[in-house]
Design a protein around this ligand. Sequence first.
Ligand code: AMP
Ligand code: MN
Ligand code: MN
Ligand code: MN
Length: 338
Amino acid sequence: MASLFVFNTPILNSPHGVMLMPLLPNALASVLPTAFDADQRYSVDLHMHSTASDGALSPTDLVTLCAGRGLTHMALTDHDTMEGVEEASRAAQQAGLCLVPGCELSTRWQGINIHVVALMPGGLQGPMIEGLEQQREARIKRAEVIAERLEKMGLPNALEKARAQAGSDRPLGRPDFARALVAEGVVADWAGAFKRYLGSGKKGDVKAHWPEISEAVGWVVASGGVAVLAHPLRYGLTRRKRGLLMDTFMEAGGQGVELVSGQQNPDATRDLARQLVERELYASLGSDFHFPGSHAAPGSMSPVPRTAAPPIWQHPRLAHLRDAPSGMLGAKPLNKLS
Ligand code: AMP
Ligand code: MN
Ligand code: MN
Ligand code: MN
């Protein structure tokens, strides 16, 4: 009999169908393997983008793709906005999967652009309302600065061109400028646009408008959410500096870290897991999916190593999500996905 753990709830596939077992008492659960250890067949992806930010799929299309790929739990985490969440929630209800409202906040720490995933089980509420409004204004002003700089470097009418690429009136991001640079023939491709103009340390990498990481984490925590440090291996930090970032993040109330984000080196992941365990941080995971055809697909990421770090869905603020909608019960296990 196959069993898998989803949100710490064992689901038994018996010849008579699928039964949802009652939750184990805490004392017993703590001596059993964690949900991560118990089964690698996750159906969870807690970091994805839609057209509400720089993703290619509408919230509805994203949810449909996730359902088709057998996901049972997903978070929509667009950059600095929760505009797509309402539509995604409706689609998720129809598709019978569990949608965790969220966003990915742009922040600063020691001059570096750090991303914080906000998982918001109660939706947009509290200080996050004001926080996201501030992010929206910051993004609009920042786009003007990026445009000015790119104009000086050979892309006339940069703001209008990036706006045309965005295809909607949402605040612009660097990917819109990247597309404009490609469309105008300034660079050959998207990677070149980041390498020469928009990537870390380049003129178009404008960070000054973002809040300090502590401020952003404060909004999340005060609004009933769980703050998760996004893709900690992607900032080019040494292990020691990454630890300092985690410490600052925790002092502000952050409690989760993305242990796995997309494809990662297994050794680096194991080392990261140790940093989580040392600090008693929860582990989250996500594909950071943006568009079909890229290396990342919903639910497709490197495996989670054996770790004592508890999965983020065991966080008390997310516990009610463990009781997934009935639609999830027929879901395909993720290890069958390509
Ligand atoms: P923004 O939110 O405007 O700062 O844009 C950040 C987004 O740009 C990221 O979420 C990625 O989608 C994309 N991006 C950032 N750096 C790179 C890079 N080096 N190569 C490709 N895409 C990138
Ligand atoms: Mn992005
Ligand atoms: Mn990010
Ligand atoms: Mn992202």
